[in-house]
Write a protein that binds this ligand. Structure first.
Ligand SMILES: Cc1ncc(COP(=O)(O)O)c(C=O)c1O
Length: 435
C-alpha cells in the first residue's frame, strides 16, 4: 500500500485528520468498494452521487478501453468526432421535451459556469443586455468556481474568496424543520418561499435579471426536498418576468429521483439544465448544459463563419467521456435504472424513517433514492456528531456522506433491499454508539 500521503493536498477534506487515520479505497465493483487491505465497504453514496449504475460495469469499462485505443483525443473547437454528436442525441432523448441542445463540459462546476454565461449572453444577443443579474438560493451548491459559489449559498464556500461575482442575489432556502420535519417525500409547506423571487424582482426590476438557478433537490447541503408547488411557482414567476430558469441537475440527473431528471419527477421544465456525474456513471469526468432550442437559436445570427458563443473547454466532449457516456446510457436503458429509484422509493423511505426516535435525530427526508437524516448538533461542536457517524459507518463497512450534522444516502440505483437494510442498520448503530 502507498504510504506517503504528504504531497497530495486533498479537496474538501480535513487533511490533517485524514492523514492521521486515512480512509483509502483501492478497488470497486457493483455496490462495493474494497480498501487496500481487502475490507469490503458498501457504497451508500454512489461515490459522490455519481456512480448510478454501480462500479466497474463491464460494458462501460470496455467502451472506455476501446475508445482510448481508437481515438484518444480530438480537438473540440472547429472539429468534431462522431460520438460527441451521438451522445448529445442520446441525452436529448432523455431530457424533458424542448431541452434539446447540449453543450459539453467536464464537471458540474463547469456546467454551472457555462449555464450562467449562456443565460447572460442569451439576453444580450436578443438585445436585452441589461439582464445580467443572477439569482441563487441560500444553501444552494453549484460547484466551486466563481460563478457557482456566487449564486451558491454555503458560507464556508464563499467567505474566503473575496467579493465573488457582482450582481448576484439570493432567495431563502426552503428548509423548514418547524413545519415539515419527518415528511415522507415532498413536504407540504413552503411553496410560498418561491415568492422571494417576486420580492427580488420588485427590488432589482425584472429588466436587470438574467436567470434564477436552483437544484430541484439540494443535495450537498443536506438533501432538501422541494415543498409541494414550490418549483411550479418559481416557473410561473420566471415566465411572468422573462427570467430564465436553470435547474442544476448535477445530482438529480440520470435517475436519482425516480425519473431521468428532477424536472420530470417534479413536473417543471426549466429553460436550461446542468448535468454531470451520472452522465458517465462517474467513470470519466464529464458535464453538460442542455438548453431549449430558442436559447441556442438566438445565438445563430451574423456571418456564418464566425463563432457564435465564445466559450468551451479543451476537453469538451472528450472521446473517452463520450464513449463512457454512450455505454452508461445503454446500461441505464437495459436495466431500467432511470426509473428504478421510483420502484425502490417506498422501501427506501420506510427503512430510513424507521430511524425516527433514535437519539438526536431531528428530521428524516427522502425522495427517490436520496435520503437525509438530520442530527441535532452537539453543543458548541457543530458537525462533530455527523462526522463521527460517518467514521463509525465507514469502520463498520458502509460509506455514507455527511454535511455538517446531516447524513446523506444516495446509493447506486442497482441497490437491493439487503443493501438498504445494511446501510440503515449501520447508521442506526452508529447513531447509538456516538450519541
Ligand atoms: C448541484 C451540484 N452542482 C454542481 C456540482 C459541482 O460538480 P463538480 O464537483 O463535478 O464540479 C455539484 C457537486 O456535487 C452539485 O451537487
Amino acid at each position: 500500500m502507498y504510504k506517503d500521503l504528504d504531497a497530495f493536498w486533498m479537496p474538501f477534506t480535513a487533511n490533517r485528520q485524514f492523514k492521521k487515520a486515512p480512509r483509502l479505497l483501492a478497488k470497486a465493483a457493483g455496490m462495493h468498494f474494497w480498501t487496500p487491505e481487502g475490507r469490503q465497504v458498501l457504497d451508500g453514496s454512489a461515490g459522490l452521487w455519481c456512480v448510478n449504475a454501480g462500479h466497474a460495469r463491464p460494458k462501460i469499462v470496455q467502451a472506455i478501453a476501446q475508445q482510448a485505443g481508437e481515438l484518444d483525443y480530438a480537438p473540440p473547437f472547429q472539429m468534431g468526432h462522431p460520438k460527441a454528436f451521438e451522445l448529445a442525441e442520446q441525452v436529448v432523448k432523455l431530457t424533458p421535451t424542448g431541452l434539446n441542445k447540449v453543450f459539453f463540459t467536464n464537471s458540474g462546476s463547469e456546467s454551472v459556469e457555462t449555464a450562467l454565461k449562456m443565460a447572460i449572453a442569451y439576453h444580450r444577443v436578443r438585445g436585452e443586455g441589461a439582464r445580467t443579474r443572477l439569482i441563487g438560493r441560500e444553501r444552494g451548491y453549484h460547484g466551486v468556481n466563481f460563478g457557482g459559489i456566487s449564486v451558491g449559498g454555503i458560507v464556508a464556500n464563499r467567505k474566503m474568496f473575496g467579493t465573488l461575482l457582482a450582481g448576484v442575489d439570493h432567495m431563502r432556502h426552503t428548509h423548514d424543520l418547524a413545519r415539515n420535519a419527518f415528511s415522507v417525500g415532498q413536504p407540504e409547506h413552503g411553496a410560498e418561499f418561491a415568492d422571494d423571487l417576486e420580492r427580488l424582482v420588485a427590488l432589482h426590476d425584472a429588466s436587470t435579471i438574467a436567470a434564477v438557478i436552483v437544484e430541484p433537490v439540494a443535495g450537498s447541503t443536506g438533501v432538501l426536498i422541494p415543498p409541494k408547488g414550490y418549483l411550479q411557482r418559481l416557473r410561473e414567476i420566471c415566465d411572468k418576468h422573462g427570467i430564465l430558469l436553470i435547474f442544476d441537475e448535477v445530482i438529480t440527473g440520470f435517475g436519482r429521483t425516480g425519473t431521468p431528471f428532477g424536472a420530470k419527477t417534479f413536473g417543471v421544465t426549466p429553460d436550461i439544465m446542468t448535468v454531470a456525474k451520472g452522465i458517465t456513471n462517474g467513470c470519466v469526468p464529464m458535464g453538460a448544459v442542455i438548453c431549449k432550442q430558442h436559447i441556442h437559436d438566438a445565438f445563430m445570427n451574423g456571418p456564418e463563419h464566425l463563432i457564435e458563443f465564445f466559450h468551451g473547454y479543451t476537453y469538451s466532449a472528450h472521446p473517452l467521456a463520450c464513449a463512457a457516456g454512450l455505454a452508461t446510457i445503454e446500461v441505464y436503458a437495459e436495466e431500467g435504472l432511470l426509473t428504478r429509484a421510483r420502484e425502490m422509493e417506498a422501501a427506501f423511505a420506510q427503512a430510513l424513517h424507521s430511524l425516527k426516535g433514535l437519539p438526536h435525530v431531528i428530521d428524516i427526508r427522502n425522495v427517490g433514492l436520496v435520503g437525509g437524516i438530520e442530527l441535532a448538533p452537539r453543543e458548541g461542536e457543530p458537525g462533530k456528531r455527523g462526522f463521527e457517524v460517518f467514521v463509525d459507518c465507514w469502520e463498520n463497512g458502509v460509506l455514507v456522506r455527511f454535511t455538517g450534522d446531516i447524513i446523506a444516502l444516495s446509493p447506486p440505483l442497482i441497490v437491493e433491499h439487503k443493501h438498504i437494510e445494511q446501510m440503515v442498520g449501520a447508521i442506526a448503530a452508529a447513531i447509538r454508539r456516538v450519541a
